[in-house]
Design a protein around this ligand. Sequence first.
Ligand code: GLA
Length: 498
Amino acid sequence: MMKHAAVLSVVLFCLSLGACARSDISGVWLLRSPNSDGTSRDEYLDLKQSGSTLTGTVVRDYRKIEISEGTVNGNNFHFVTGRTGHQMSFDGTLAGDHLTVEQKSSNGRFDSKGEARRSTAEAMAPPKPLPVPALHDVPYNGLAKTPPMGWNSWNHFAGKIDDATVRQIADAMATNGMKAAGYIYVNIDDTWQLGRDADGNITANKKFPDMKALADYVHSKGLKIGLYSGPGPKTCAGYEGSFGHEEADAKMYAKWGFDYLKYDWCSAGAIYQDSDMQAVYQKMGDALRSTGRPIVFSLCQYGRADVWKWGAKVDGNLWRTTGDISDNWDSMSKIAFKQLAIAPFAKPGHWNDPDMLEVGNGGMTDEEYRTHMALWAMLRAPLLAGNDVRDMSAATKAILLNRDIIAIDQDPLGKPAELAKTDGDVEIWTRPLDRHATALAFFNKSAQPATVKVSWRELKLKAPARARDLWAGKNASISGSGYTARVTGHGSVVLRLQ
Ligand code: GLA
């Protein structure tokens, strides 16, 4: 009796203050945040409140992310996810039976408002993996004999890409010299998807009202068009993936007239093991092949599971070798200077992809962008511009359109570069080119200028008859014994020796 009375008085106290029950936000919540394109981003908040302290995880596309700095103050709460510099902050209020939540990224690129309702642990669990096919070699599609060139929407536009912008990009590329220089693919990255129709067909969201018409338009400019999906139920931005719809999606891309698919692992990582990757990518490789349409197959799984050893077997025309690039020197140089070890795995039709270009996006100096471009060219990397090519500075244009540098990237011999020498902070790379030419590049990792002397003998090269300085656009003064390069801080010198 005493016990019941105590419980009753607590309940009455709580009701009168409206406090006790309302302020405990422990439990699983489904947070739905609408995107501006009519889709919404689903995340689960798995929260544990203890007094004014909040701990737990955010489960985004089946991936668990620990929360930190969690606090509860009355009906308001706050927490963050991610590491310093890449944080997402969550601020919310308990409003009756639901939470209102505002999310902001520390880099200012993403913000959203949503509502969370009570949910269950079962709802946030990943689906069971689909059976994976036995391994076999998918026959080569005959594409990408040299590294693919074009443009991709992600680095500059992220989720703010739509039909009108893609058309304008294609217009620009057809007339600003890019198409003439070989930039052919106009690639739509993540956030084009809506969901599935009653027959299970993939549909595009309202940013892309008519995919077939868009493909026709891009083709009418003499360009090719690409798009993006992944083997998981959700893409990296939380949009509809191809999980369980691989064949149907490939058919749809072909029907719309697409020429290129970037296939991004993302939520598949919560379902399959890395050891299943080859089979999972093979499934899409086969699906693309059976459409009968030539479609470049771009593997995006951040260089996991030594993809360079099997990417060609699933008929990947390119495979990412790293995590995502950011528009700064540290990110770009960190990626670039660890690529040489795997350079020999790339060959005509099947290329290492150290990620898309950041040239012209504003986070590096023009000198650093020249180095970025020269590194990618020496690495025989795909050249996918990631900037707004409708509006480029003269310097950006000169970098992306340097025909001599592009020719190094696209050299038909397809032989890898080697580290010939390191002198202080300067790496000296050589690469055999078609018709007995050689590319010789100096990359200065330091912000201080450097003067570097090399002899032909130590580089194991025959004394060349001629040398052209590809950034200066004129002949370089070489001697019978070698060359002295003056390399600005974070700069590059690239010579073609004949
Ligand atoms: C991943 C990829 C990026 C981009 C985004 C889109 O992070 O690595 O290149 O495609 O997904 O969500």
